[in-house]
Structure formats: structure tokens, C-alpha cells
Ligand binder design. Structure first.
Ligand code: URA
Length: 211
């Protein structure tokens, strides 16, 4: 597993505003969108491409375009949905699949309640969107799900990660070179309710309100 912490002053600035409890949902949504686009730029560094011959108004040239099959972007519902637009802005030709997962608030295990993905993901590059890598249970379940269906490599984009979740992922998929985590920051720890500290609170509630 590879970990990439996107260390950039603009990312740090936007993340600080996100963390602030005074930031209201409309601004929070806008900032998540911008932050994901910046993280997506880092996360797509190894997106697969082919060479292509083109003709400019001046001469013929060899260029680059995204290779087939198209990458798949997989937001994990609910909070991952707030990251979708920021990702597809950079990868407009990607296909989008959905995984509905939530954590059981007593066991903290991931429960899958919805899935809209092709059964066969052979050779596909997958980008999973999940804002908070807390215990790691949701992401381990999602990554295993995609790899079992043949995904060639999986990159998870998270706004924040906790050391406990990274350890859990490392134990589950650590030896796999085809799993990458891209995040804006690794925070201190989880609290007793498995929230990231200092974190930003409940990402879904801050994006969409408490429903
Ligand atoms: N999910 C969240 O939304 N926030 C956390 O801090 C942990 C899990």
C-alpha cells in the first residue's frame, strides 16, 4: 500500500476552514469540492494513458490520451457523494459506480446497503471517494470488494486519515502494491466514538445536515 499526503499550502488552508466548526454547509460543500479537485490531481498521477498521433495547425505531433478501459470513480455513500463533482471535473470521461456503506455505531463495522457497480472490473483503475479514513473498516471492505471483482488498482481519496485506520488498511492490504491512499492530512488519533481528532466532525452531517 502506498500513502500520499498532499502537502500543499492551498490544501492546508482549505482544510483549516473545513475543520472550523463555524463553517456552514454551503461553504463546506464548496471547499470539499475544491479540495477534492486538488487531491484528484495528485491521485491521478499514475492514471493510465496511451500515445496518440495528432495534427496541430502547424505540424503532426505525438500526444497523450487516457487509455481504455475508462477509470471508474466510486463514491461511498453518503459523504463520498460530496466529493464526486470535484473528482469528475478532472476525469470527465470516467464511469461512476456507487457503494452505499455505513458504519454500525456499536460495532463500528462497515455495512454495505447498496451497490451499483459492474460485476466485472477486470483491468479497471478505480478511484474510491471517502472523506474520512477513521477505523478503516469501510475502506477495507470497499477496496476488497473492488479487487475481488478484478480491479487492476485502487486509489482511495480521503480528506483526512487517522493513524488507526491507516494501520488497519496496512494489515488488510499492506502487501498489495496496487492500493494507494491520497489524503490531505493524517490527524492525531480516534476518540472513543471513533471520530477523527481533531478532524472536522461528521463529514456527512456537515455536507448535508443531520438526517
Ligand atoms: N466519519 C466522519 O464523518 N467523521 C469522523 O471523524 C469519523 C468518521
Amino acid at each position: 500500500m502506498r500513502l500520499h499526503v498532499a502537502d500543499h499550502p492551498l490544501i492546508a488552508h482549505k482544510l483549516t476552514v473545513l475543520r472550523d466548526q463555524r463553517t456552514e454547509s454551503p461553504t463546506f460543500r464548496l471547499l470539499v469540492d475544491e479540495l477534492v479537485t486538488l487531491l484528484a490531481y495528485e491521485a491521478t498521477r499514475d492514471v493510465r494513458v496511451d500515445k496518440v498521433q495528432i495534427t496541430t495547425p502547424v505540424a503532426s505531433a505525438v500526444g497523450t490520451h487516457l487509455a481504455a478501459p475508462r477509470p471508474i470513480v466510486v463514491p461511498i455513500l453518503r459523504a463520498g457523494l460530496g466529493m464526486l463533482e470535484g473528482m469528475t471535473r478532472l476525469l470527465p470521461t470516467a464511469e461512476v459506480g456507487f457503494l452505499g456503506m455505513q458504519r454500525d455505531e456499536t460495532t463500528y463495522e462497515a455495512i454495505t446497503y447498496a451497490n451499483r457497480l459492474p460485476d466485472d472490473l477486470s483491468g479497471r483503475q478505480c478511484f474510491v471517494l471517502d472523506p474520512m479514513l477513521a477505523t478503516g473498516h469501510t475502506l477495507v471492505a470497499a477496496i476488497n470488494y473492488l479487487l475481488e471483482r478484478g480491479a487492476r488498482d485502487v486509489t482511495a481519496i480521503c480528506l483526512l486519515a487517522a493513524p488507526e485506520g491507516l494501520r488497519e488498511l496496512d494489515e488488510a492490504v499492506g502487501t498489495r502494491g496496487d492500493v494507494t491512499i491520497v489524503t490531505a492530512a493524517v490527524d492525531e488519533r480516534l476518540n472513543e466514538r471513533r471520530y477523527i481528532v481533531p478532524g472536522l466532525g461528521d463529514a456527512g452531517d456537515r455536507l448535508y445536515g443531520v438526517v
